[in-house]
Write a protein that binds this ligand. Structure first.
Ligand code: NG6
Ligand code: CA
Length: 512
């Protein structure tokens, strides 16, 4: 009997060893806290999903979430690019305060590990937390050695479990990192990367375009992995390379594993898609599902993944008690470096919906995201025009789970009632961030004149409406949703007032 008991205890010990994210026990009070699943899509535009008007691509699973939840029409990512948006989402502060810009694949961790992030706050509230998918917030300190334990990273930022695409699919290293360890990396073939000079003997896109699935611009024409050239050079690490077409399945398996391990206690899953960022290489299962080429097919693939996770929640009888938030990190882009025919095949499809601009843009399409919240047990289906920002999820969720937020979090506002559809009143004022800043005040939008040094050189020859102008811009979104009539010249007083308000928000200090 004693022996049996020892075997049993050892069994439990070892089964918990591989993934250290299981919360051992939970009180009945903790049990009542809803699970939170955040589907965070990459570069998905307002007009890219069915329930927001798309017809050239079908997204039944996302549409179903909207039909059962709140569909927001004025909810924003914190910025028009990835790293800044994700920084704000997790820290509760605007990214410009930390000068957060798009990171290369070898950047050190951007988030201060001594601070309480949203996932840490949720850990304090008794949640098991996981991030699966794109990270793009840097890893390690200084230059990362991918062959050693990679730390600090997502785990030190507050995730019990992490399975990461370190930066983006278009940047080396093209490997997964699980809890700070490169997956399937062999010690016989160490991995190194470089962002400034050629290393290793893999062919590059520039030298060997004949090896490519599709060609790319100069920036994306470095090391070829899986028939796709990338930004940066990579040597070694052959056994750890991912296969782009398999990424959604690999990530979904990891996400499902985490949910399964935590079905008995509250969990927070940050499912951070690689789709529909470039390089778009949807699985064969989805190729040709739309007439839009790989970009459209990647949307269908992403929708399928949403359906898979929802199905699992349903099978585990967790759907009623799970808050599902679906949104994107920045606006849409057709040509972001790879010639995958996204522009040629676009037809009548409008990735930005009715809005002006795109990814990188300070106009609305840069940050106004398709955003849905469903919580079957507690939220009545509705459409909401509340002005909201992803930076607010931190304070809003903290209020839901009865956690205080630290005083160094100065931008996140508690709008829980708006997120849950109890009111249509969200923010009064909000900063929008592109390569310049804008202020939303109700229906008014003021865009700061910009100084050229903030615009990256590579944007010069791209067909992107960044919205950067040397003079002030002012729009009344109530009757000019597509920001066509610049009213700044005729409303100097309002421009001055909004510039002052924006400046006050910018100057708000974190050192309290
Ligand atoms: C840009 C890349 C673009 C994309 C973006 C990051 C060039 C010319 N362009 O620098 O392809 O990778 O960074 O996208 O290198 S994001 O969604 O992660 O912000
Ligand atoms: Ca993005």
């Amino acid at each position: 009997m004693k022996k049996l008991l020892i075997v049993f205890i050892l069994g439990i010990f070892f089964s918990c060893q591989d993934k250290k994210d299981q919360k051992v026990s939970s009180t009945s009070e903790e049990k009542r806290k809803p699970n939170i699943v955040l589907f965070y899509v990459d570069d998905l535009g307002y007009g890219d999903v069915g329930c927001y008007g798309a017809t050239a691509v079908k997204t039944p699973n996302i549409d179903k979430l909207a039909a059962n939840g709140i569909k927001f029409t004025d909810a924003h990512s914190a910025a028009a690019t990835c790293t800044p948006s994700r920084y704000s989402l997790l820290t509760g502060n605007y990214a410009f305060r930390n000068d957060a810009k798009i990171l290369p694949g070898d950047a050190p961790l951007l988030i201060d590990t001594s601070k309480i992030t949203m996932p840490k706050m949720l850990q304090n509230a008794g949640y098991a937390t996981a991030v699966v998918g794109k990270w793009h917030l840097g890893l390690g300190i200084g230059q990362v050695d991918w062959n050693q334990k990679i730390t600090p990273g997502a785990n030190e930022v507050g995730f019990d479990y992490s399975y990461l695409i370190p930066a983006t699919g278009d940047r080396v290293p093209t490997i997964f990192v699980e809890n700070g360890k490169a997956v399937n990396l062999s010690t016989d073939d160490p991995l190194t990367i470089s962002y400034d000079h050629i290393i290793g003997n893999r062919p590059t896109g520039l030298q060997h375009p004949e090896l490519l699935k599709y060609k790319a611009d100069r920036q994306h024409s470095k090391t070829i992995v899986n028939g796709i050239s990338r930004i940066g050079y990579m040597a070694g690490g052959k056994s750890a390379e991912w296969v782009d077409e398999e990424i959604p399945f690999v990530l979904t398996d990891q996400a499902k594993g985490f949910i399964n391990r935590n079905k008995e206690n509250p969990f927070f899953l940050y499912y951070s898609f690689h789709d529909i960022h470039v390089p778009r290489a949807p699985n064969q299962k989805f190729q040709g599902k739309t007439d839009l080429g790989p970009r459209g097919d990647a949307i269908v693939q992403m929708d399928y993944v949403v359906g898979e996770i929802v199905k699992q929640l349903e099978q585990l009888s967790l759907l009623e008690e799970t808050i599902i938030i679906f949104t994107s990190d920045n606006g849409p882009i057709l040509d972001d470096g790879y010639f995958d025919k996204a522009e040629e095949l676009i037809g009548d499809h409008k990735p930005s919906g009715p809005f002006r601009g795109a990814k990188y843009s300070i106009y609305e399409a840069g940050t106004r995201m398709p955003t849905i919240l469903s919580w079957k047990a507690n939220v009545e289906p509705a459409e909401s025009k509340a002005l909201l920002n992803q930076v607010d999820l931190y304070a809003s969720i903290a209020s839901l789970v009865d956690q205080d937020i630290p005083e160094y979090i100065i931008d996140s506002e508690n709008h829980l009632d708006a997120w849950l559809g109890k009111t249509q009143k969200g923010r009064e004022e909000m900063i929008e961030e592109g390569f310049t800043l804008a202020l939303r005040d109700g229906q008014w939008k003021y865009i700061q004149p910009f100084t050229t040094q903030n615009k990256p050189a590579w944007m010069a020859n791209k067909n992107i409406e960044s919205g950067l102008m040397s003079k002030a811009q002012l729009f009344n979104l109530e009757n000019d949703i597509s920001e066509e009539n610049n009213l700044a010249e005729n409303n100097p007083d309002l421009v001055e007032k909004m510039e002052e308000s924006l400046q006050m928000l910018i100057d708000k200090s974190q050192d309290k």
